[in-house]
Write a protein that binds this ligand. Structure first.
Ligand SMILES: [Zn+2]
Length: 215
């Protein structure tokens, strides 16, 4: 089961069975009460951050305190908690536009927190009483990760939805972003991809590309 929680332009997700699930991303702090309520109802055991941009992680401190559950992320993104700027790049017109919009947002400071769990490739979330496996999807940020559960991948910003699904339009490392996108398309365990901004998709391995999920 993957449940989407819309927080403005960002999607957070609750992944796994009721009582054995993780919250993937938190949205900004202004959405913390809404997300906390949904997470409490679902029985969230762990907060997983796909990466440490404020629109995905800004509510982590408040939600972790309210629920009494730890925060997991990859330590490559730890400098971003304190707002340490790291250069991002784009190679398309749309990407450069997004980058301009994102720059001021990414300068905002989030309420700091101390991650208790290091996310790494292949980590099984069963160790925390939840379901899902962690996939390393670096590129958008150096520490970008995804969670795969029952064929559904929550990819954070490793995939974007801009008119059609595509790899991260803005990134810290282009080669890594390309590799992560190729990996998502090629991994035949993945049947559905849920992204940080926009809709959900099925990898279409015959093209290769993605087709929108229509429900
Ligand atoms: Zn991001």
């Amino acid at each position: 089961m993957t449940e989407r929680i819309a927080c403005g332009t960002v999607n957070c997700y609750i992944v796994g069975r009721r009582g054995a699930c993780v919250l993937v991303d938190t949205g900004e702090e202004k959405y913390a009460d809404k997300v906390t309520e949904r997470a409490r109802l679902a029985g969230v055991r762990l907060i997983v951050l796909t990466h440490c941009h404020i629109d995905h992680a800004g509510g982590a401190a408040k939600i972790s305190d309210a629920l009494g559950v730890p925060i997991a992320m990859n330590s490559a993104d730890a400098p971003l908690i304190c707002g340490e700027p790291r250069p991002m790049y784009a190679d398309t017109f749309t990407g450069r536009l997004l980058l301009r919009m994102a720059r001021s947002a990414l300068k905002k400071r989030m309420t700091p927190f101390e991650p208790k769990v290091e996310l790494c490739e292949g980590l099984e979330l069963s160790a925390f009483g939840a379901e899902g496996t962690v996939l390393a999807l670096p590129g958008h940020t150096l520490g970008s990760m995804g969670v795969l559960c029952d064929g559904e991948l929550v990819a954070g910003d490793a995939a974007f939805d801009l008119l059609s699904p595509c790899r991260a339009k803005i990134y810290e490392d282009k080669a890594a972003a390309d590799e992560s996108w190729a990996r998502i398309l090629a991994d035949d365990r993945i049947t559905t991809v849920h992204v940080g901004h926009g809709g959900s998709f099925h990898p279409d391995r015959s093209r290769p590309a993605m087709t929108p999920v229509t429900e």
